[in-house]
Design a protein around this ligand. Structure first.
Ligand code: SF4
Length: 847
């Protein structure tokens, strides 16, 4: 660094790291073997450190600096004290936004009075909170980080420090004043002589990133020592996809499970602390001491960071799913038995205590659940563990502004701290650096790709702070306050970027997910390049297939033929076997012979399956009582109402007996009872006008033989008409039913055709769906004759024969079939077709 001073400050952590790396490289190139570490740090870090030094010299007279969580807590308290009655207000988010507004006021040295904030509800409210916050700061001798520019300036003389600054593209007034007072020197970074400047216009974002990754690989192959930058606006929101694409292109063997020592790229955004598996498990364990959503508890059971045997995990998982509670805690019998130490520890602590005490309690709770013990932790996990201790210390410091809190409040605070903390792993110094465009200022590379420069994103759209008067923001030139400012800023940065590397590529896309985009006017004049970087086609195909770089599936294709089955056994899957065989032979094989099925969603309230069973049970009860249409017609509305109430409640009782009682379930039960009684009342009204019938069978289990196969089946209902012919009914509580389900060579619904062809030959004159939904109740009948019955028999015998012979081909009837199937991870339909599984399912949903 030319003219390098004693301490160098930068606006961002990224630029500090970059400058340190440049300095180290210079020392190496000059032949040095060892050298003193340069003092390079972000300006916020330098201010905090300097304030600490000041406090050490004179602790009594120096205001105490609050950390970010203490600041937020103070704002939250102020907001609650003024707006405690607003149920729609998210206090925490509002406090975070208020901190930003307060920060802007200090950085831009705004002077204002109450009248500037009057006239708008939000700005007036902010002024009120700010007044309350200022009063508490003064009364307690505290100071916030945004006040440090002024405060440090008051305490430090220019002779005390030797300061330089670099990369402050947008130097705000508070920093300018401080730097000028301390006579800090500005280090101008030398620009690079640019030899190649070009632009790409790509179809959409994934195409753009695949192109950037393929280009970076090509550049690195040509010069392994090259330093390559890839700038992506809004990187945090798209980091998952970007990482996958760069892995696919640069590290194909990653997805094949081949270990790599070092990646060629580094995603410079850190990891959200709460999303690291170790910390996520810690938060869930602590949640068990209070109340945890069932789905979260099931996630915890799969974590390697809790001490539980594999069998115990599976049993507990099944038990909790069976109970079907919305929330659970460690006091529930099954969990108490699995985590006895945790339950004991959770019972022991006071219900309200200081953050310092909670901090100790949380450590004890985690220890009692065996968190982090037993599993060998990786380097990253050790790093996370150290950061967790630091997080608990930060939480403990909250006691300064919030002396005591309940368990739930403490858990919320710790959860928020974990969500807002970004875990920066040690610098890996990878040759390809991927970073957010907002951090690009001051960075230098051998080659740089800047993506996402469409007209809607560059210059950035204006977005004034909602808590500050817009006039004030514009007068002071605050960020995002006016289009002119943003245009000038973007123009300046674009010019800098052009001179940040010998080779610079800008790119934009023709469309985003929902809309068409134009290229940014700031790069429109740059010559457009056509064609793709080498390897783009392969990488693109891989991205779409969702598999590996070679485009091949990771596992072998499942066999199309399974061993044949014996003919002398009864198959318990009933008509479903034949329906699945018709839908997709592999589905029948996997579901009925391998017993493969998804674990299933945890039901919220009364599940769809349970609602269907309750309707069946209620109708069985009703027709066992009524027996025929004439009896139905003889009943008064009051009598029918009473019958429905008894039938529906008995059905609910029977189905929900397996679930644990909770307030939530009871509320759903009452709602479902009212809904189903209304649906069945409408249905019975329609039954009144049918030709006279007698119910001869309802919900009776039968054994039926077809095509050499014996099946256990149950007909919902069989009616006898006056001419002694039969009607067979199938109750349906879902919406997607029609006569089409019985048509074609591969019918969807086979229960009624199976009954029709096997029930007392020739007697069946009609089959019908009884549609029983909240939107519609109706009979969907089909008259059957000899020809129809013969055709169905042929189809059914063929399907039975296929199943018995082991025909298990992956062959869905249509792509819509896959939408209703949960076995795509077993049959690998997406890899077979070289497509993304979401696309396969999406196509099916469109059908
Ligand atoms: S997902 Fe589709 S192809 Fe796979 S088993 Fe199910 S229906 Fe068959």
């Amino acid at each position: 660094l030319p003219g390098f001073a004693r301490t160098l400050v930068t606006p961002t952590i990224r630029l500090s790291r970059h400058q340190r790396r440049v300095y180290d490289l210079q020392q190496k190139r000059s032949g040095m073997l060892a050298w003193e570490s340069p003092d390079i740090l972000p300006v916020n870090g330098w201010l905090t450190r300097t304030w600490g030094d000041i406090a050490l010299r004179n602790p009594q007279a120096t205001p105490v600096l609050l950390d970010s969580s203490q600041e937020e807590a103070l704002w939250e308290e102020a907001i609650r004290s003024v707006r405690s009655d607003d149920p729609l207000l998210n206090v925490h988010q509002t406090a975070v936004a208020a901190v930003t507004a307060w920060d802007l006021l200090h950085r831009w040295e705004a002077s204002f009075t109450l009248s500037d904030f009057e006239g708008l509800e939000d700005t007036e409210a902010f002024f009120g909170w700010m007044t309350a916050v200022k009063a508490r700061l003064t009364a307690n001798g505290w100071i916030m980080s945004s006040e440090l520019y002024e405060a440090v300036g008051e305490h430090v003389r220019n002779s005390d420090v030797s300061l330089a600054y670099v990369g402050f593209d947008d130097l705000f007034p508070a920093a300018r004043r401080l730097f000028s007072k301390l006579k800090a020197t500005e280090e101008a970074l030398p620009f690079v002589q640019n030899h190649s400047l070009r632009r790409y216009l790509l179809h959409d974002q994934p195409d753009e990133w695949i192109q950037a990754a393929s280009w970076a690989r090509e550049r690195l192959s040509a010069d392994p020592a090259a330093r390559i930058g890839v700038a992506i606006p809004g990187l945090r929101g798209v980091a998952g996809t970007v990482e996958r694409i760069f892995d696919d292109v640069l590290h194909p063997s990653y997805s094949l499970g081949v270990p790599q020592t070092r990646r060629a790229f580094e995603l410079g955004i850190g990891i959200k602390f709460s999303e690291t598996p170790l910390i996520s498990a810690a938060l869930l364990i602590l949640g068990l001491a209070d109340e945890l959503k069932l789905s979260d508890a099931l996630t915890l059971l799969r974590s390697p960071f809790v001490r539980l045997k594999r069998d115990a995990r599976l049993k507990l998982d099944q038990e909790l799913r069976r109970q079907g509670l919305d929330t659970v805690s460690v006091y529930a019998t099954s969990l108490k038995a699995a985590f006895p130490d945790l339950a004991r520890e959770a019972d022991a602590f006071p219900k309200r205590q200081s953050p310092v005490r909670w901090s100790a309690t949380f450590s004890a709770l985690l220890k009692s659940a065996g968190w982090g013990n037993g599993e060998a932790l990786s380097e990253k996990e050790h790093h996370a563990l150290r950061q967790w201790q630091d997080l608990l210390s930060r939480f403990a410091r909250l006691g300064t502004v919030a002396p005591s809190m309940t368990l739930r409040q403490a858990l919320e605070r710790v959860g928020r701290l974990a969500s807002s903390t970004v875990l920066h792993l040690p610098d890996e110094d990878a040759p390809i650096q991927i970073f957010d465009l907002s951090e690009a200022s001051g960075l230098r590379f051998d080659a740089l790709w800047v993506s996402g420069l469409d007209a809607a994103a560059w210059p950035r759209p204006i977005q004034p702070n909602p808590f500050l008067p817009v006039r004030l923001q514009r007068e002071l030139g605050m960020p995002r306050s006016s289009p002119e400012r943003e245009f000038a800023q973007a123009q300046r940065l674009t010019e800098q970027l052009k001179r940040s590397a010998e080779e610079v590529v800008f790119s934009s896309t023709a469309q985003t997910r929902d809309e068409k985009r134009l290229v940014s006017p700031l790069i429109e004049h740059i010559p457009l390049s056509n064609g793709f970087a080498p390897g783009w086609q392969t990488a693109h195909a891989v991205f779409l297939s969702g598999s590996t770089t070679s485009g091949k599936a990771l596992v072998e294709r499942p066999p199309d033929v399974a061993p044949p089955l014996p003919r002398d056994i009864v198959h318990l899957g009933g008509t479903k076997i034949l329906e699945n065989q018709s839908a997709c032979p592999f589905k029948a094989f996997a579901a009925h012979r391998l017993n493969a099925r998804e674990l299933g969603e945890v039901p919220f309230g009364v599940s769809r399956l349970e609602r269907g069973s309750v309707a069946h049970d209620a109708l069985h009860h009703i027709w066992t009582e009524l027996k025929d249409r004439d009896t139905l017609n003889s009943k008064t509305l009051q009598q029918i109402d009473s019958l429905l109430e008894t039938a529906v409640n008995a059905g609910l009782e029977k189905q929900l007996v397996k679930r644990q009682r909770s307030k939530g379930i009871e509320r759903f039960r009452a709602l479902e009872s009212a809904r189903l009684r209304r649906v069945l009342l409408e249905w019975l009204d329609q039954e009144r006008s049918r030709p006279r019938f007698t119910v001869v069978q309802t919900e009776v289990q039968d054994e039926i033989a077809i095509g050499g196969m014996r099946l256990n089946v149950r007909a919902d209902r069989i009616d006898r008409y006056d001419d002694d012919s039969r009607a067979i009914l199938d109750y349906k509580t879902g919406n997607k039913i029609s006569k089409k389900s019985w048509e074609g060579e591969r019918p969807d619904a086979l229960q009624l055709p199976l009954y029709a062809v096997t029930h007392e030959a020739g007697r069946v004159s009609q089959i019908a769906f009884a549609k029983l939904t909240s939107e519609e109740t109706k009979l969907i009948p089909l008259s059957v004759d000899r020809a129809i019955l013969q055709n169905w028999r042929r189809i059914l015998e063929g399907l039975a024969e296929e199943y018995l012979s082991g025909h298990a081909e992956v062959s869905p009837k249509t792509s819509a079939t896959c939408v209703l199937c949960d076995l795509s991870s077993v049959c690998r339909i997406a890899e077979r077709n070289g497509r993304d599984v979401e696309d396969v399912i999406g196509d099916g949903a469109d059908e």
